[in-house]
Design a protein around this ligand. Structure first.
Ligand code: MAV
Length: 338
């Protein structure tokens, strides 16, 4: 994907981000006992996206809960790259201090964490809410902290992921052999392979161009991001597989967190939790509205997937095998049973 000239402005910004970030100095936070702390965040989106709004809320809440001086330097529009870059930065403790991230983009360091966002995990929003209000994901958080030194300080998400494609997809026959992009975690490709599609892991900032040039015919995503990055320009067909309700951890580098004064650590943890609740309410409420906005604007065409229940049956063995592989069979049973 080298012909950046034909990317939209939004996705071109994402592409530039990684290069810029590599040239940036490490976090500009001062040492633990100094007065001024600056925390740098990153968003792949502009100010209208729920992730950006959630990170703005986080900053506001930290400010309210902390009497010292703390600044937030939130870089938007993929200026610092995409999530697969952010995970490296957080793990190394360079370039950024906090962000919002898909679990499937952290698989490289923590193989179990993609269980949180594997397709068809949640029955509906009630189930998703129940699981997120519990401590079911505790062992996955611990693995991430231990392997990657990345701390989950809250959970946002609530978007519903559907198929997004250049040609309509109505049923399993259409899905067979469908060349689609998936996120980097193996469970994502395994799931869509089990559904007979032909998935490949492609970086998020290459998706628009890969569809436009015909390398793939589509991908899967939620309304907020389809709208924000204008993916409908190359993939206007949305099929309501509703296969994932997103879980998006708000994460901070452990290296940053440990350097903060204790009262600021407490404010960060409180704000992370509250900003997560704010973000979950926002994105889950806006999800259907954003689909409707794109529909009304003539940007997308939407259709149901015929025989969606069959998809559920087809993925259960893949989910079971993945859980067994990461020794999370009980955890999965617990989540399913909620
Ligand atoms: C959406 O933009 C978000 O869910 C984001 O967290 C993911 O990384 C991205 O999709 C993706 O599919 O990679």
């Amino acid at each position: 994907m080298t012909n950046f000239a034909i990317l939209t402005k939004a996705t071109a910004r994402l592409t530039m981000g990684a290069a810029l970030a590599a040239g940036l100095s490490a976090i500009s936070m001062t040492a633990a006992f100094a007065q001024d702390v600056t925390l740098r965040g990153a968003s792949m989106f502009d100010d209208n996206h729920a992730f950006t709004k959630t990170m703005r809320k986080f900053a506001e809440l930290v400010g309210e809960n902390y009497s010292g001086s703390v600044e937030f330097d939130l870089r938007l529009n993929g200026e610092l790259g995409v999530e697969k870059d952010y995970v490296n930065f957080l793990q190394q403790g360079v370039a950024i201090d906090y962000t919002i991230m898909a679990p499937s983009n952290m698989a490289k360091f923590a193989p179990a964490i993609p269980l949180m966002d594997m397709p068809f995990l949640f029955r509906d929003l009630d189930h998703w809410n129940k699981v997120l209000a519990s401590d079911a994901f505790g062992p996955l958080e611990a693995e991430l902290e231990q392997n990657a030194d990345i701390k989950i300080i809250g959970y946002t998400g609530g978007g519903v992921r559907n198929l997004v494609s250049s040609e309509p997809i109505a049923n399993l026959a259409d899905l067979a052999g469908h060349k689609m992009r998936v996120m980097g975690a193996p469970i994502q490709a395994q799931t869509f392979s089990a559904l007979t599609a032909a998935p490949s892991a492609i970086a998020y900032n290459e998706v628009y161009n890969a569809i436009q040039s015909g390398v793939i015919s589509g991908f899967e995503n939620e309304a907020a991001s389809i709208q924000n990055l204008k993916f409908y320009e190359v993939a206007p067909h949305i099929t309501l597989t509703k296969h994932t309700i997103t879980v998006r951890p708000i994460v901070m580098s452990g290296k940053t967190f440990r350097k903060l004064p204790e009262d600021l650590q407490a404010a960060v943890l409180k704000a992370g939790k509250e900003a997560g609740a704010f973000g979950r309410e926002l994105e889950s409420r806006e999800d259907g509205l954003k689909l409707q906005e794109m529909l009304d604007a003539g940007q997308i065409q939407v259709q149901e997937f015929e025989g969606r229940e069959k998809l559920l049956e087809m993925v259960v063995p893949v989910q079971d095998a993945f859980a067994a592989d990461i020794e999370a069979t009980d955890l999965l049973a617990n989540v399913r049973g909620m």
